[in-house]
Ligand binder design. Structure first.
Ligand code: NOJ
Ligand code: CA
Length: 701
C-alpha cells in the first residue's frame, strides 16, 4: 500500500489560560466554538453556513473516582490543518480524501488535579470530537457511569431514528420530530431477548433534518474499549445527551489512562447526497493495521440459509431431539428430522449453482453440533465449531468446493454465548484454515453470556474487536451479525468485511420491510460500514417465519438488483434459492455481473426515507453501474449521465420495473432493455411503487 502523504499547512500552539477558541472547516461552512462556562465546564457550539446548528452544549465524563465535568480552564490549544489521502482495501472509492482542521483544547483543573484534552476535527462535511484522558496525578483507573456530551439543537427538527436498546438495532425507522418522539417510541414493540431503554432514548446512527433543509447524521467513530452510545432526547428543549450502554451492574466503562474515547460524529450538509457520500466516519478511524491485505477479497456468495426462513419447516438443527448436547450426545445415533438442508447433497447443489454462475462462495448454516438446544436461549447454550453434523461431510464438501472453484463460508452462531466463543476461538479458526475456509459469518442471537453484559456494552465491544483481530491473524474475513453497530473500524481491520447490525432482508419473511426502510439505511446504519443486508430476493411471496402466515416482501424484483448499488458491501449475498434464480435467469445476470468493489461513486439523487440514485465505477474495469430505489410511491429518477467520460459511445442495459409493477401485487413484473446512451444525457427512469432500477453501462467499441 502507498504511504500516506499529508500536508500540514498550519501549526499553532496557544499559550496559558485562554478564552474561547474557534475554528472553521477548510471551506469555511462550519464554525466551531469551544469555551468553558462559569462552572469551568467545557462547552462547544456549531454554526453551519452562518446559522447556529448546535447552541452551547456541555462536555464531560463522570466516573466514580473523579469527574471530568467542571472546574476546568483552557490551558492551551494546538491547531493543525491536515490534507491527505488514503487508499482503502475495498470500498466505494479507490482513494479517500481526509481533509480537516484540528483543534486540540488542553483543559486543566485543580482541586482535585485533572487533565483532559478535547480534540475536534472540522471537515467540510462535518465534525468529529473525542475526549483524551492523559495519565493523571489523581486516579488513573476510572469506573465510568456517565458521559455528559450534549447536542443542543435550535429547533423542532425532523428526526429519523430507532429506539434506544442495549441489545438490538433490528428496528424499522420512525420519521418524527423532537416533539413527537415520545409518541413515536411508544409504537415500538419489545424484543424478548433485548433491553429497550424506557426513557426518550434513540440509537445512533440517526439522521436529523432542519426546517432549512440541513441534514445531520449523528454517530460515533472508532468505538474501541468503550460502550456504544445512545442518545437521551429532551423533546421540549430539542437537546440530546450521550447515554453510554451500561453493563448490568450499571457501569458503562472501566478505563485505564491514557485513554481516548471514540469520536462523536456529526455529518452535516444541506445536500442529502453529501451525507451518503461522506467518508468522515472512516476518516476518523486509524489506518489499516494489517500489513499484507492480499488475502482480503471482496466476494459474492449464496447460502444454505434462506431455506430456513421461507416457512417450509426446514431447520438448522439435524434432529428434533432438544435434549441433544453438543460434544456429549452421539449425534450419529440421533434420529434425523429430515428437514435439515445443511446436508452434503444439498450443499453440493448450491456449489454447482455457484460454480456455474461465477458466484464466489457458499455459506452453510446449521452444519455443526448445537442447534438442537437453540430454543433454550436462557440456558447454557453452546455450539461446537469443529463438530459437523453426521449428514454434513465436511471433507468431501471441502474437496468438492475446491474442485469447482467455490469457497465455502463458515458459520459461527454463538447464540450470544460470547464467553464460550472466546474459549473455542483459536480451535475454530484453525479448523477453518485446515479446511479451506477464508470467511466466517458470526452471530449473537439471544441474551449475552456473560449474563452481566449487553450486545453493545463495553465487554461486547471488546469481544468483537478481539474476534476481528484474532481472525486477521488467521487471515480470516468476518461478517458479524448481532454485534455492536459499526463505527468505521473496518478501515483499520478491513477483514471485517460486513456486519448486520440493523433490520436486514431476513425480515421480509417475518412480515416484511416497508419499501422506505432501505431508503433510510444508507443515511444511517451504513455510515459506520457495510451491511450484510442479503439482497437478491426474487421470490417475494413468503411465509411468516415459524408461523405459517403469509408475508409479502416490500420490494419489486428489479429493485432487489438496485440494492447491490444502494447498499454497497464488499461481501454481498445473492440470498434467494437456486431454483428461484433459475426462474429468472435473465435478471440474475445482473447479480452475476455487478461488482462489489468500486473505484468511484456518485450520488445523483437522495432524500431520506424517500429515494436514492447512485452511480458507481467498477474498481477493475471501465463499467459504470447505476441503482435507483424509491419508497412506496412511484417515481421518475432523473439519471444525469455527466459522470461518463466524454468522447466515447456507451450502451446501457436497464433492468427495470414493468409499467404495471407494484411491490404489493405485481412485484415480479420487470423488463430488460438495452439502449445507447451519451455522456451528459439525462435518463428518465420510471420506478414502480416499492420499485427500483439497476443499470449496467459499458463502453461501445
Ligand atoms: C440471525 C441472523 O441474522 C441470520 O442471518 C441467521 O441465519 C440466524 N441468526 C441464525 O444464526
Ligand atoms: Ca439478525
Amino acid at each position: 500500500m502507498k504511504k500516506n502523504l499529508f500536508i500540514i499547512s498550519a501549526l499553532f500552539t496557544g499559550a496559558m489560560n485562554m478564552a474561547a477558541v474557534n475554528i472553521t472547516s477548510p471551506n469555511g461552512v462550519l464554525l466551531l466554538n469551544v469555551d468553558v462556562d462559569s462552572n469551568g465546564t467545557p462547552v462547544y457550539s456549531l454554526d453551519y453556513k452562518g446559522k447556529q446548528l448546535i447552541s452551547n452544549s456541555r462536555l464531560g465524563i463522570k466516573a466514580d473516582e473523579t469527574a471530568f465535568t467542571d472546574g476546568f480552564r483552557i490551558e492551551g490549544i494546538d491547531t493543525v490543518t491536515i490534507d491527505r489521502t488514503w487508499e482503502p482495501v475495498w470500498g466505494e472509492y479507490a482513494t479517500v480524501r481526509d481533509h480537516f482542521k484540528e483543534l486540540a483544547v488542553r483543559l486543566k483543573a485543580d482541586n482535585p488535579d485533572r487533565n483532559l484534552t478535547l480534540r475536534f476535527r472540522v471537515f467540510d462535511d462535518g465534525l468529529g470530537f473525542r475526549y483524551e484522558l492523559p495519565v493523571q496525578k489523581g486516579p488513573n483507573y476510572l469506573t465510568v457511569k456517565d458521559e455528559l456530551t450534549e447536542f443542543n439543537y435550535t429547533g423542532d427538527h425532523k428526526l429519523y431514528c430507532i429506539p434506544g436498546d442495549y441489545d438490538t438495532d433490528e428496528y424499522l425507522w420512525s420519521e418524527t420530530t423532537f416533539t413527537d418522539l415520545p409518541q413515536a417510541l411508544k409504537s415500538y414493540g419489545r424484543h424478548t431477548e433485548a433491553q429497550r431503554v424506557d426513557g426518550v432514548t434513540i440509537q445512533t446512527p440517526m439522521l436529523l433534518k432542519t426546517a432549512d433543509g440541513v441534514y445531520v447524521n449523528m454517530h460515533e467513530a472508532a468505538l474501541d474499549g468503550y460502550p456504544a452510545m445512545l442518545l437521551d432526547v429532551d423533546p421540549a428543549s430539542y437537546s440530546m445527551k450521550s447515554h453510554l450502554v451500561p453493563d448490568r451492574l450499571g457501569v458503562s466503562a472501566y478505563l485505564q489512562m491514557p485513554f481516548n474515547t471514540p469520536w462523536r460524529t456529526l455529518i452535516v450538509s444541506d445536500d442529502a447526497r453529501d451525507i451518503l457520500a461522506s467518508q468522515l466516519v472512516l476518516n476518523l478511524n486509524e489506518p489499516c493495521a494489517i500489513e499484507d491485505t492480499s488475502w482480503i477479497k471482496p466476494m459474492k456468495f449464496m447460502g444454505v440459509w434462506w431455506e430456513m426462513f421461507t416457512g417450509n419447516e426446514k431447520t438448522w438443527a439435524y434432529s428434533d431431539d432438544y435434549l441433544a448436547k453438543p460434544g456429549v450426545t452421539d449425534y450419529s445415533k440421533l434420529k434425523p428430522n429430515g428437514r435439515h438442508p445443511a446436508n452434503t447433497e444439498n450443499v453440493k447443489k448450491y456449489i454447482d449453482f455457484a460454480a456455474k454462475h461465477g458466484i464466489d462462495g457458499v455459506l452453510v448454516e446449521g452444519w455443526n453440533e448445537g442447534w438442537e438446544d437453540w430454543a433454550s436461549y436462557r440456558k447454557n447454550r453452546q455450539f461446537l465449531f469443529d463438530k459437523p453434523y453426521p449428514d454434513f461431510d465436511l471433507l468431501a464438501l471441502r474437496d468438492y468446493a475446491k474442485e469447482k472453484g467455490v469457497k465455502l463460508i463458515m458459520h459461527h452462531e454463538t447464540a450470544a454465548n460470547a464467553a464460550d466463543y472466546e474459549l473455542q476461538l483459536d480451535r475454530a479458526f484453525q479448523f477453518m484454515k485446515d479446511n479451506n475456509y477464508d470467511a466466517v459469518k458470526t452471530g449473537y442471537v439471544g441474551a449475552i453470556i456473560p449474563r452481566s453484559e449487553h450486545h453493545t456494552s463495553q465487554w461486547m465491544v471488546d469481544h468483537v474487536r478481539h474476534v476481528i483481530e484474532r481472525a486477521a491473524e488467521y487471515e480470516i474475513m468476518v461478517d458479524s451479525h448481532e454485534a455492536p453497530r459499526p463505527t468505521g473500524l473496518c478501515r483499520t481491520y478491513p477483514n471485517w468485511v460486513a456486519q448486520e447490525s440493523a433490520r436486514g432482508g431476513e425480515f421480509e419473511s417475518f412480515g416484511g420491510n416497508p419499501p422506505s426502510h432501505i431508503c433510510m439505511l444508507p443515511f444511517t446504519r451504513l455510515k459506520g460500514g457495510p451491511m450484510d443486508y442479503t439482497p437478491g430476493l426474487f421470490e417475494t411471496k413468503l411465509s411468516y417465519y415459524g408461523e405459517g402466515k403469509d408475508s409479502q416482501a416490500g420490494t419489486t424484483l428489479a429493485r432487489q438488483l438496485a440494492l447491490y448499488l444502494t447498499m454497497p458491501s464488499p461481501l454481498q449475498m445473492a440470498c434467494d434459492l437456486p431454483e428461484n434464480y433459475d426462474r429468472f435467469l435473465d435478471a440474475f445476470q445482473f447479480i452475476k455481473d455487478v461488482p462489489v468493489d468500486w473505484k468511484d461513486s456518485r450520488y445523483l439523487e437522495a432524500e431520506p426515507n424517500r429515494y436514492i440514485t447512485v452511480a458507481r465505477l467498477d474498481k477493475n474495469s471501465d463499467d459504470w453501474y447505476v441503482g435507483a430505489i424509491t419508497d412506496d410511491n412511484a417515481r421518475t429518477a432523473v439519471i444525469d449521465l455527466s459522470f461518463l467520460p466524454k468522447g466515447e459511445k456507451y450502451e446501457a442495459t436497464i433492468y427495470e420495473d414493468a409499467p404495471d409493477a407494484h411491490w404489493k401485487d405485481n412485484p415480479q413484473a420487470y423488463r430488460i432493455r438495452t439502449v445507447q446512451v451519451k455522456p451528459g444525457q439525462k435518463l428518465r427512469q420510471q420506478l414502480a411503487p416499492g420499485g427500483g432500477a439497476a443499470i449496467k453501462i459499458t463502453k461501445k467499441n
